[in-house]
Design a binder for this molecule. Structure first.
Ligand SMILES: [Zn+2]
Length: 312
C-alpha cells in the first residue's frame, strides 16, 4: 500500500501522531486539473491536511477544508470522507497562469485581507441534530499549516500541529495532536494535562519540528516516523488506505444533459459536433457525440417539460 495514513500513539497515550504520504491518489487527482505549480503545492498541502483531520473524525461523514479569497486563486477545496476518500480542486482567475512557483498563500488568495478559511464537518446523513458543523476564520499565515493552526487556536479544538508539503508527484503531512486528558487517564474530572503530558507533547513537537519538506515528500510514512521518533516507543496502528474519489460519473452527466432537454442538446451538437462536459470538481472530461446524445433521449426517459416537447 503506497497511499496510506499511519497512526501512532505515545506509550502514555497523551499524544497522537499521524503520518501521511500520497502519490497515486494525488496524481490521479491532478490528472484532469491544469494548475500552476504554486497552486498544486497549496492544494496538495490542503489535501494532506484534510486527510489527516478526516482520519480523526469519529462520525460517518466528510471533513471539508475551504479557502476563499480575491487573489489569482479564488477558491481551494479539499474534501475527505471518514473512509479516506479524497477529492480536491482549485478555481483560478485569469491572473493565475504566470505565478512564480514560490508564490505564498496570501499573494495567491488574499491580497485584500478579506480571505476566509472554512472548516466543515459534513455528516453523511443529515438526520435530526446531525447538522453541518462549520467554523470560519480569517485567512492568516503564509502556508496551509499556519492557516489551519490559526483556525485551531480560535476554535475549541484539541491542541494540534501540522507539517505539510506537496509537489506534483506527492502530497504529505505529519500531524501531532494532544489527546483529551480524561480519555487516557480514565477520569472524567481530569480536564488539565499533567506535567508528564506536557513533557511528552513538547518532546514530540521538538522532534517533529526537525522534519524537512523533502523528508515529508520522499519517505514512506513509517520510515519518516522511525527517523523522527527513533528514540521513542510508539504504539503503532495498522495503515489505512487513502484513495482519490470524485462521485462524478458518465451516468450523472447523462442525467444532467437529459434535464437540459433535447432542443438544447441538439443546438450544442449543431454548433460543436459533440457535447463536452468537465466535472467542475475534479475536471474529468465527459464527451457525448451525436449517437450518445440520441441514446440519451431514446432510453425510455421522458424529457422534462422545458425540453423540446417531443415524447418518445
Ligand atoms: Zn468529478
Amino acid at each position: 500500500m503506497t497511499d496510506t495514513l499511519k497512526k501512532y500513539l505515545t506509550t502514555d497515550h497523551s499524544t497522537r501522531i499521524q503520518s501521511l504520504r500520497l502519490s497515486q491518489a494525488w496524481q490521479e487527482g491532478l490528472a484532469h486539473q491544469t494548475l500552476p505549480p504554486a497552486v498544486i503545492r497549496l492544494l496538495g498541502e490542503l489535501s494532506a491536511a484534510c486527510v489527516l483531520l478526516a482520519g480523526n473524525v469519529k462520525f460517518d461523514g466528510s471533513v471539508v477544508l475551504q479557502v476563499q479569497g480575491s487573489g489569482p486563486v479564488s477558491l481551494m477545496v479539499a474534501e475527505c470522507t471518514g473512509g479516506l476518500e479524497l477529492r480536491a480542486t482549485a478555481h483560478l482567475r485569469d491572473a493565475a497562469a504566470d505565478l512564480p512557483e514560490d508564490t505564498g498563500l496570501q499573494a495567491l488568495m488574499n491580497p485584500d485581507g478579506k480571505g476566509r478559511f472554512t472548516v466543515m464537518l459534513d455528516p453523511a446523513t443529515r438526520g435530526e441534530g446531525a447538522g453541518l458543523y462549520q467554523g470560519i476564520v480569517p485567512l492568516e499565515g503564509e502556508s496551509v499549516a499556519h492557516a489551519l493552526e490559526y483556525y485551531m487556536k480560535h476554535s475549541e479544538q484539541l491542541d494540534t500541529q501540522l507539517w505539510l508539503a506537496a509537489s506534483d508527484q506527492f502530497c504529505a503531512g505529519l500531524l501531532l495532536q494532544r489527546m483529551p486528558s480524561s480519555q487516557h487517564s480514565g477520569s472524567h474530572a481530569a480536564e488539565r494535562h499533567t506535567a508528564d503530558d506536557d513533557r511528552t507533547w513538547e518532546h514530540c513537537i521538538t522532534l517533529a519540528d526537525t522534519v524537512s519538506d523533502p523528508e515529508l515528500l520522499e519517505l514512506p510514512a513509517d520510515t519518516l516516523i522511525h527517523r523522527l521518533f527513533w528514540q521513542d516507543d510508539l504504539v503503532s496502528f495498522a495503515p489505512q488506505a487513502v484513495r482519490w474519489h470524485c462521485p462524478c460519473s458518465r451516468e450523472r452527466v447523462a442525467n444532467m444533459l437529459r434535464t437540459l432537454g433535447r432542443t438544447e442538446i441538439d443546438g450544442i451538437l449543431a454548433e460543436q459536433g459533440h457535447v463536452h462536459i468537465s466535472c467542475n470538481f475534479c475536471g474529468k472530461p465527459y464527451d457525448f457525440d451525436a449517437v450518445d446524445c440520441a441514446a440519451l433521449f431514446a432510453e425510455g426517459m421522458q424529457p422534462p417539460a422545458s425540453g423540446s416537447g417531443r415524447l418518445h
